[in-house]
Design a protein around this ligand. Structure first.
Ligand code: HEM
Length: 120
């Protein structure tokens, strides 16, 4: 059987590192999107995002946070913010040595959630 992306990337432990780097080194340093996270508990955010992305990549379903729609309700997220976040995720995966074709597959899955987040 073919390995899931989740397994290929190295499971939840590896994904937790990617997500930590994604927020601390990329998202929170990007002035075009960091204001969205001013009131956010980042420890909780990283925990939830790790579970969520693990599931999106074919790992076990342990995510029990809010739906994408509810989590981003009323935030007035524009397409350029969504694109910035996806680019940061791409760069975080590159940083940890994930191949460009695996990244392409992962981002396709994450990108398919675009319509669940109300963009303005
Ligand atoms: C790539 C698509 C995205 C995915 C998969 C995603 C996923 C998530 C998840 C799983 C949560 C946690 C919900 C919870 O704690 O129950 C969350 C919360 C949040 N997301 Fe996203 N998100 C995405 C795009 C964005 C974008 C584009 C922005 C804004 C630039 C954003 C801003 C936020 C903020 C500020 C919170 C935290 C809200 C709070 O403080 O409780 N997200 N997101």
């Amino acid at each position: 059987m073919e390995q899931s992306l989740y397994e290929k990337v190295g499971g939840e432990e590896a994904i937790a590192k990617v997500v930590d780097y994604f927020y601390h080194q990329l998202v929170l340093k990007d002035d075009s999107v960091n204001h969205y996270f001013e009131g956010t508990d980042m420890e909780k955010q990283i925990r939830h995002q790790t579970k969520f992305i693990s599931f999106a990549l074919g790992g076990p379903h342990q995510y029990s946070g809010k739906s994408m729609e509810k989590a981003h309700e009323g935030m007035n997220i524009q397409p350029e913010h969504f694109n910035a976040i996806v680019t940061h995720l791409h760069d975080a995966l590159t940083h940890y040595g994930v191949s460009e074709s695996d990244i392409g597959q992962a981002l396709e899955k994450v990108g398919s959630l675009r319509d669940d987040i109300q963009l303005h």
